[in-house]
Every structure is written in structure tokens, then in C-alpha cells.
Design a protein around this ligand. Structure first.
Ligand code: ADQ
Length: 449
């Protein structure tokens, strides 16, 4: 049975050296699965953007692109996805720009996807749709084809009261109900979804929603990481040498943050918490250094450019206030790194400070905890991952003093206690392996039919 994955973006990006896996949770999660099973990945392409071509012998994956006219792409992606759904689902209501034009473009783009998928679908194929860009697609496909359809929502499903701020809320829920199985990272999101569906009048029974004569199942399938790949990277001599060099460069206890430069990731709040920590815990001055890696993302959206400006300003202020001849309090990297370099940072870090204000799951937290040998993970209790990584040091990401106190505690935790926490986290993350996630979801999709 063939697998057809449908997602907004292709899992590759163009580099001067050719195609490389894209940065982001989705690509790291699904590429290994599709490569193992073989199949088609359908993704959008903005008109004028260079088409990505994969030659069959390079990969078991066939890539099919759906071309969207520029104006439509702007409204669909820059508008409805990034200025409405993303802030709304992460509880940033003040950033939501409700514009009808955006919704029109979202409908058109989802229709284009539906036509393309219908065209290429074989009778035996299973369709697996990814994320909030394509919420109308399951229904559009259900009207055209009988194939099994799975849908996974990678970001938080907010409480029903928040979701209902959307004038098109019911249409979006109906769109999803075209699927046979809808997956979420945590039980909280699944429950929120069921309550939202109930609000719009759909009968609910246990974890199932009824629509006409169909029952749609809602399940929790927490996404994990490619554990085998990360184990390999940790054992790689070059990665270990690089980690040693980074430790040497830091010269102090190394605190690490790694995120896309997105307002949901709490980078600004984290920097403010660090600044405050240095003021209120002066004995740590000269003894710690924060490496913050921020990956450029959605740079065409004004909101993100403004965030970058604010982050630059706080970075400058911390450096100006605390830098000493013998101590660099902060190193800020506004760039993406290949996985082997990222793992070197993970290995070198004594503490990872992962404090999103909201996050569907947060794979960086899993990657750090899995690869670190004696570090400690400070994790936001508003990230989906907090439902699983109970041995992390959980903090409220809005509570700047609380973050400082957790940093102080983490830095004082003796090696034995740190290793005990890590050992427990390794077991949990083994249980969340990405292959299990995909197989588990697809198995349940097949079973339920
Ligand atoms: P993201 O918001 O992108 O994903 P996350 O889950 O942390 O967040 O995944 C980021 C991925 O990008 C990680 O695999 C990480 O290694 C990589 N990455 C981050 N910074 C990088 C850098 N500077 N260079 C190279 N690689 C970098 C969305 C949701 C999440 C959800 C995932 C998967 O917002 O909540 O966990 O999808 O469902």
C-alpha cells in the first residue's frame, strides 16, 4: 500500500550543494518514514519559486508540487496560516488578523491540493495529511475518493473558547472530519478538539465524533525523534571533538537555547529572564554563558522582523551591561546548523533552557535530553513535551523569576542527580521514537477501517 504524505512544505530545501533536508520538526519526523516505505510527498510551491526535483535513484521518495499563484500563496500561507491559525492556536489572540480574503485564499489553496492528490491517488493508497495549513483538505478529498485519510495536527489545539474566535471555526472542524483518524500530540489538545466539535453540534462518544453516518476517531500520538540517528551522531568522533571545542570556547558552564526565531518560542522572555538572573544571582557572573541559537523563519512576515529587532536589542543590552574582559555572558547565533553541529551544541551544554510560551510538542527538548550525557533540561510547562518529559525541570515560561530560580537549581544539581533524571528521560524518549509514531498512527488508521 502506497503512502501519500501531504504537507504545506517539501521536506527539502535548496542549498548551493544541492537538496538538503529542511529544518523543522515535520521534515525530521517524516522523511525517515517515507524513505523506508516509499511513496509520494505532495507540497505547495509558490509560483516563481524554483521547482525541486528529486531523481528517483537519489531517494525512494517522489516529490509532487502544487503550484500556487503568488497572491494566493500570500493569503493562504502568509495570511491565514501564519497570521490567523498560528497565533490563535498558540493563544496569541492579539496577533490574530481576521481577514476574509485570507480565508478565500486558504480555501482555494486547499482545493488545489485536493485536485492534485485526487489525480495521483491509486486505489490502495493511504493519505496522511500534515498540519494546520490543510485543515479543509480531508473533507475535500472525502467527497472525491474512498481511500483512508489520516490527519495530524502538529500545533496545540486551543481551548474551545479560544478556537471559537474564528468566524470559520465550524468549516475548519468539518474540514478535518473528512479524515478517518485525527491525531494530536497530547491528551489536552485531543480533549480541546472534542469539546470544540461538540460545541459546533457534532455528537461525541468517547474519543469519536459522528458526522452523518461516519464516526471519526481522535487519538493521541506524541511525536518523537529519530532515536537511532541521534545515537549515531552522539557516537561520531567528529561530533564529540566539536563538542569539546565548544566547551573550550565557552570556558564556563554552558546554557543552551535552540529555537526557530518565533514569538511562540519565548526567546525574548528567556533573554530577559537571563538578564534578570545575572542581576539577582551575581555569584554566577563570570561562571556561566548562554548560547542562544535562533533559526531565521518566516522572515517575510512583519511580526517576525519586529521580534528579531527586539531580540537584537536585548542581546546588545546584555552584552553591553555584563561583558567583561575575561567573560562573554552570551553568544547569539542567528543561523541554521546541520544536525551534527546541533548535536555538538547539545553535548557541550550543561543546561538546556527550552521555554516556549506554547508549543505543540517541541522536538529540541527531546533531542537535547536524548543526546546529553550529564546535562539538565529546563522545560516550559506549556510545551506539549512537558506532558511526557516529567523528569525535566519544569518552569512557567512567563515567570522570569521562576526561570532564574530553575537556572540556579539546575547549575547546582550534582552530577549523580542529573544523570538519574537523564536516564529516566532516555527511557521515555525511546518510547516516543519517530518511527513508532508514524507506524502507530498508520497502523491505527488501517485498523479503524
Ligand atoms: P517547530 O516549531 O519547528 O515544529 P520543534 O518541534 O522544536 O519546533 O522542531 C524544530 C526542529 O528543527 C528540531 O528537529 C531541531 O533540531 C531543528 N532546528 C531548530 N533550530 C535549528 C537550527 N538552528 N539549525 C538546525 N536545525 C534546527 C512544529 C511545532 C512543534 C512540534 C513539531 C513537530 O511547532 O511544536 O513539535 O512541529 O510536530
Amino acid at each position: 500500500m502506497g503512502l501519500v504524505i501531504v504537507a504545506n512544505r517539501a521536506p527539502f530545501r535548496l542549498t548551493p550543494e544541492g537538496l538538503a533536508p529542511a529544518v523543522g520538526g515535520l521534515a525530521s519526523a517524516l522523511l525517515p518514514v517515507l524513505e523506508a516505505r516509499g511513496g509520494v510527498w505532495v507540497a505547495a510551491r509558490e509560483e516563481g519559486e524554483k521547482a525541486l526535483t528529486l531523481r528517483p535513484r537519489e531517494s525512494a521518495i517522489r516529490l509532487v508540487q502544487v503550484t500556487l499563484p503568488q497572491k494566493e500563496w500570500q493569503g493562504f500561507y502568509g495570511g491565514f496560516a501564519n497570521r490567523i491559525l498560528w497565533p490563535l492556536c498558540h493563544y496569541f489572540l492579539e496577533k490574530v488578523e481576521l481577514k476574509r480574503d485570507y480565508f478565500q485564499d486558504y480555501v482555494r489553496a486547499n482545493q488545489r491540493f485536493a485536485s492534485k492528490v485526487t489525480e495521483l491517488l491509486q486505489p490502495e493508497d493511504v493519505v496522511f495529511i500534515q498540519d494546520y495549513h490543510l485543515m479543509l483538505l480531508p473533507k475535500l478529498l472525502r467527497e472525491r475518493v474512498p481511500n483512508p485519510i489520516g490527519f495530524f495536527f502538529h500545533i496545540p489545539w486551543p481551548s474551545s473558547g479560544v478556537f471559537r474566535v474564528l468566524p470559520w471555526g465550524k468549516a475548519l472542524v468539518e474540514g478535518l472530519l473528512g479524515a478517518d483518524l485525527i491525531g494530536f500530540h497530547t491528551s489536552e489538545y485531543a480533549e480541546n478538539f472534542l469539546r470544540t466539535a461538540a460545541h459546533y453540534g457534532f455528537p461525541i462518544e468517547g474519543n469519536r465524533v459522528r458526522w452523518g453516518d461516519r464516526w471519526i476517531r481522535v487519538e493521541v500520538h506524541p511525536l518523537g525523534i529519530d532515536t537511532a540517528r541521534f545515537r549515531e551522531l552522539v557516537r561520531d568522533k567528529r561530533v564529540q571533538e566539536h563538542a569539546q571545542a565548544l566547551k573550550h570556547l565557552a570556558g564556563k558552564r554552558l546554557i543552551l537555547g535552540v529555537d526557530r526565531l518565533d514569538y511562540t518560542k519565548g526567546i525574548l522572555e528567556r533573554l530577559l529572564a537571563y538578564e534578570r538572573f545575572l542581576r539577582t544571582h551575581p555569584h554566577w557572573r563570570g561562571k556561566v554563558t548562554l548560547f542562544q541559537i535562533a533559526t531565521p523563519t518566516r522572515t517575510s512576515v512583519a511580526e517576525y522582523r519586529e521580534l528579531k529587532r527586539q531580540v537584537d536589542e536585548v542581546v546588545g543590552r546584555i552584552m553591553g551591561s555584563f561583558l567583561r574582559e575575561d567573560w562573554i555572558p552570551l553568544r547569539y547565533f542567528y543561523q541554521a546548523f546541520p544536525p551534527e553541529e546541533l548535536v555538538a551544541f547539545y553535548l557541550a551544554a550543561d543546561v538546556a533552557l527550552i521555554t516556549p510560551l506554547r508549543d505543540g510538542m517541541n522536538l529540541v527538548a527531546l533531542e537535547y535530553a536524548y543526546t546529553s550525557e550529564e546535562g539538565i533540561l529546563i522545560l516550559s510547562n506549556l510545551a506539549g513535551a512537558a506532558e511526557y518529559l516529567r523528569e525535566a525541570l519544569l518552569v512557567n515560561p512567563y515567570d522570569l523569576e521562576g526561570i532564574g530560580a530553575a537556572l540556579d537549581q539546575a547549575l547546582r544539581t550534582p552530577k549523580g542527580a542529573r544523570q538519574e533524571r537523564l536516564q529516566a528521560l532516555w527511557d521515555r524518549i525511546d518510547g516516543l521514537d519517530v518511527k513508532r509514531w508514524a507506524e502507530g498512527f498508520l497502523h491505527s488508521l488501517a485498523e479503524g477501517r
